[in-house]
Write a protein that binds this ligand. Sequence first.
Ligand code: NDP
Length: 458
Amino acid sequence: MSAFDYDLFVIGGGSGGVRAARVAAGEAGARVGLAEESRYGGTCVIRGCVPKKLMVFASEFGGMIETASAYGWGHQAGAFDWSAFRGTLHAELDRLEGIYRKLLKNAGVDSFDARAVIKDPHTVALSTGETFTAKHILVATGGHPVRPDVPNAELGMVSDDLFELDALPERLLIIGGGFIACEFACIMQGLGVAVTQFYRGGQILRGFDNEARDLMAEEMIAQGIDLRVDTEIAEMSPVTPGAQGGPIRVRCIHGTDQTFDAVLFATGRVPNTKGLGLEEAGVKLGRGGEIVVNEYSQSDVPSIFAIGDVTERITLTPVAIREAMAFVETVFRGNPTPVDHVLVPSAVYTQPELGAVGLSEEAARELEHIEVYTTTFRPMQSAFAGKPDRVLMKLVVSQASRRVLGCHIVAPAAGEMIQMAAIAIKMGATKEDFDRTVAVHPTMAEEIVTMRHPTRTA
Ligand code: NDP
């Protein structure tokens, strides 16, 4: 019998923590406790990927109904009923949270609705007053959105607040140019909100392929989003002094002044590491507050591990889940398994979507000589309806090895397409492997296997 209360104590019941707990307990036979101070499912399920994707679906119907009329359907879109949708959305989130709780219970995990603080490398104290010892502690506490340091920033919302809105604003300003800013710009515009987006840099979606970023920006502007790059806010203030929740006046660094009904800060997220007793226990934190771990997700304290957004390696749900599985394999199955962070595909759920895997043209050029295959065209479905939408299919290929180094897709359902392309690219497919794959016709994705001649070399 172990001297510890548990073999593993997990702090955080999000995607990574729940996966680690239930696999360690249910499949590897460990005695596992887990504490979650908020809701089970974490950012992804409760205030991130899942409700966001449901809002993407909601926001797409207006455009679909418009397109449908070109196909002979006679209906017009009515007004969007936010409160009806929000009710269904929250019922769905409650259902999903229930599933997460049940998964833990069925796996034999003891879960605690409490905040946990690390007391020493083998001890956690809960806000309920209980204290437990554990052979291993896994920190999977995720992150939270941050507001920039501008006067009256508290007047603005962060992404967590969007799912709780009583009513949709008429005029919304979104600040930021990353995943969350661009996704919510499209969602809100699709739901009938007049969206303005300020981005401090020269082009949105920094880090993605430039050609994809440019097309994405064009498409967002074509939808009616008032996207302004090289624009930073200097301060914000309530139009009615002292008022809470009324219109907000926003002044930019270059002097322009505009009023909005709401402001959303989508200016990044930081790891949840404050007040957890980490540094006191000897765990090293990085400059952004993230837990520094090795390739096995182990911190400087051998008994304390960390996975997911709190480590800020790649802040995506499926990566946290992979890290959880690798952790269990390493610690509970005696099979040291480093986490593979290479060629992780991702999708931005804008309209159209942006799917990417591997290197951008700009990043690849820095490393070796490349060929670039790229095509933009009007997709059949919207071209028929007389819409100007364009899509992009792009491959970045190594001249020396012929391997496809990167694939970038801007198109409806690009997230679905990039998942498939990522398998081939992860397997090391060459351009010639793509070429000898027969097209599926008529699709948008067939262009990925029919681009015969490089658009440019570099
Ligand atoms: P991102 O890091 O993607 O974007 C933050 C944005 O805010 C950037 O455009 C950044 O500009 C800007 N910014 C940062 N600080 C300031 C400031 N002080 N003033 C003005 N602008 C500022 O973060 P998000 O919050 O959008 O998302 C966090 C992470 O969550 C993502 O990186 C992603 O990993 C994950 N996520 C994934 C999704 C998906 O898979 N579909 C969806 C949503 C989130 P700059 O570029 O100049 O730094």
